[in-house]
Ligand binder design. Structure first.
Ligand SMILES: [Fe+2]
Ligand SMILES: [Fe+2]
Length: 218
């Protein structure tokens, strides 16, 4: 298991002020803004267990799916922003809960689940993030309507939320976590297939598996 010793970390206020400077440049220079946003994504990652690059891996998986879906440049930017910031609200969630090696109690699960709306409310002040916020808010919704925070189902869930959900789950499954050892890629793919149509949008699962298999074969 990884060593979870905290490194010197930025304060959340510093992250928010960097974020504010970066998002204000998204319109005029998205390429540079995204480069800077990825640095902020790293700073966010350092704030939250498991500090292993989760945000940025999820972002890269999302962009692979976007490519398959034929997203235009603008749609890709929105998705990338949402993916980098999807777990922003985990900053400040009790680390002892996030690092539990056992199954969480329902109260603890509820605590962790709060990260969705925390992130949403903290970032809601940025006009430039309006579209991305839809993905941040909906990345734990389930295709069959059993997710949170709103219990949306199928196409009610914004497409970028459905994309992040698949990328996020695959990365969590294939990474070591205090409560499980990393699954192999094929075990994780099997799990995505099992949850296709329940937790996940079947089209996104199909496209993601196509991309990931191509990546594995390379
Ligand atoms: Fe999340
Ligand atoms: Fe996540």
């Amino acid at each position: 298991m990884r060593n979870y010793k905290p490194r010197a970390r930025l304060h959340i206020d510093e992250i928010i002020s960097c974020l504010s400077a970066v998002v204000s440049t998204l319109q005029e220079n998205p390429e540079q803004a995204l480069k800077n946003l990825r640095k902020i994504g790293k700073a966010i990652d350092d704030q939250v267990p498991y500090r292993d690059g989760h945000n940025l891996r999820v972002t890269d998986y999302c962009l692979m799916i976007a490519q398959e879906l034929g997203f235009d440049e603008n749609e890709k930017v929105v998705l990338e922003v949402a993916a980098i910031l999807h777990d922003f609200g985990k900053i400040g969630i009790d680390e002892n809960i996030l690092l539990q090696p056992r199954k969480l109690t329902s109260e603890e699960k509820e605590q962790v689940g709060l990260h969705v709306m925390r992130g949403y409310y903290i970032l809601a002040g940025f006009n430039e993030l309006i579209e991305a916020l839809k993905g941040i808010k909906s990345h734990h919704e389930c295709y069959d309507g059993t997710g949170y925070p709103e219990g949306l189902s199928r196409e009610e869930i914004p497409l970028i939320g459905r994309i992040i959900a698949v990328a996020d789950a695959y990365d969590a499954m294939t990474s070591d976590r205090p409560y499980h050892k990393a699954l192999t890629k094929s075990e994780a793919i099997a799990e995505l297939k099992k949850q296709s149509g329940y937790q996940f949008d079947p089209t996104i699962v199909r496209l993601f598996i196509k991309c990931i298999k191509k990546k594995i074969e390379k």
